[in-house]
Design a protein around this ligand. Structure first.
Ligand SMILES: Nc1ncnc2c1ncn2[C@@H]1O[C@H](COP(=O)(O)OP(=O)(O)OP(=O)(O)O)[C@@H](O)[C@H]1O
Ligand SMILES: [Mg+2]
Length: 382
């Protein structure tokens, strides 16, 4: 058994493997490797395929962890990512080479989510994370100094404050970089040496930190962000890019939303309220129609609002609706519980989006006989 996972007794197969309830740890959101510790341990135990140097699991087991599946002993691994198997296989295979992985896609396509789970499965640690913002400094990518120590003792190993990236190199783990293209270009470029030479020089100490086997980088970037810094071609060449798409069909998206809403509701310990699949389907349909600018039957062209209406937004509209239904309603998710959330998500810019929404409401929602409760609820909050 690989180090770090050792000691924890495997759980029973019929026990909702690995789902350690958040209440047990008290933290609001456990890291993937904590929440699914049971699944990861069982996978490591049963995994007989070759593991790349520094990996906790074989590539096969990593993709099983992400996509779900059944193990030889009957243990069921729940899917984390719902979508193309091939995409995940390409992503995992990339990590087994010396190239870094860039997950690209529009907002809410599970880039961050997949990066976290990949890091948890490959290294058992998803926390070595640099958040890219316009203010990200070179220090947070390379290393900084503890200035009190630096002044008292001069430059020394003890005065060095390593970045998560440097730590990942030293440990031979996955480092995550969120929103890579939001970082200023010169800061992005500090990654080039790390990715091509696998070393991070510390000239002040006359030393370098050399990456151990198992080190790699998973970066995410949003391809719809405006005004961001393009990835330089030198850096882009060091990444394999995997584009995460929006879910293909309404059914896939309903499945993703229902699954995540169930998990989030359990973690928040919302009173038991069955997530009405019908209501989820309606929210997903509205968002899909508005973002594609076309009704589901392909007959009516629509204007799209400026707001992002992705899977993530649908998940949060339903979760809020469930809280309303559980605390103020009769416990069943109804149109009135989601109407406010939908309008809030669609109408971000009161001037332009409101027109788009009113038009959708009057020309599409109103005309659907089985959507009358929803039409009335939306009228009330619009
Ligand atoms: N295909 C999918 N399979 C499973 N979960 C998904 C899928 N698509 C979206 N989700 C869910 O959507 C939520 C948001 O995903 P996440 O935050 O990772 O998106 P993102 O691509 O990083 O967005 P952003 O660009 O805004 O950072 C997560 O809770 C995730 O579970
Ligand atoms: Mg993200």
């Amino acid at each position: 058994m690989p180090e770090g996972l050792g000691g924890r007794p495997p759980r029973e197969a019929d026990h909702g493997l690995g789902d350690r309830p958040a209440a047990e740890t008290g933290v609001l959101r456990p890291h993937a490797e904590e929440e699914y510790a049971g699944e990861l341990a069982r996978l490591a135990e049963l995994d007989e395929r070759p593991r790349p140097p520094g990996w906790r699991l074989s590539p096969w087991a990593v993709s099983t962890y992400l996509l779900g599946g059944e193990l030889p002993d009957g243990t069921v691994i729940g899917p984390k990512y719902v979508g193309s198997r091939r995409l995940i296989e390409v992503a995992v295979a990339t990590l087994a080479t010396d190239r870094a992985l860039l997950l690209l896609g529009v907002p809410g396509t599970a880039k961050t989510w997949v990066a976290e789970h990949l890091a948890a499965a490959v290294s058992g640690d998803s926390t070595l994370l640099v958040q890219g913002t316009a203010g990200t400094s070179e220090e947070s990518v390379r290393y900084g100094w503890n200035y009190a120590r630096l002044l008292a003792e001069g430059p020394s190993e003890r005065a060095l404050v390593e970045s998560p990236l440097m730590r990942a190199m030293r440990l031979g783990s996955v480092a995550r970089i969120e929103e890579l293209t939001r970082m200023p270009s010169d800061v992005q470029d500090t990654l080039i040496t790390v990715l091509s030479e696998k070393t991070l020089p510390v000239p002040e100490l006359g030393t370098e930190v050399r990456a151990r086997r198992g080190f790699t980088v998973i970066a995410t970037a949003n391809d719809r962000d405006r005004g961001v810094n393009e990835l330089s071609s030198a850096l882009r060449r060091r990444f394999n890019t995997v584009v995460l798409p929006l879910p293909d069909s309404v059914d896939d998206e309903v499945d993703i939303v229902a699954r995540r809403v169930g998990q989030i509701g359990a973690a928040l310990e919302l009173p038991e309220a069955p997530a009405g699949l019908e209501e989820i389907r309606r929210v997903v349909t509205v968002f899909r129609e508005l973002r594609s600018g076309l009704t589901g039957d392909g007959r009516t062209k629509l204007k799209s609002p400026g707001a992002t209406l992705g899977t993530a937004e649908a998940i949060s509209v339903i979760t809020s609706g469930l809280a309303l239904a559980a605390h103020f309603g009769d416990g069943v998710l109804r149109a009135a519980d989601v109407a406010g959330g939908i309008v809030g998500a669609v109408v971000q810019d009161p001037a332009t989006d409101r027109v788009v929404w009113q038009e959708y409401l009057e020309t599409v929602v109103r005309e659907r006989p089985e959507w009358q409760d929803f039409y009335r609820a939306c009228r009330e909050v619009s």
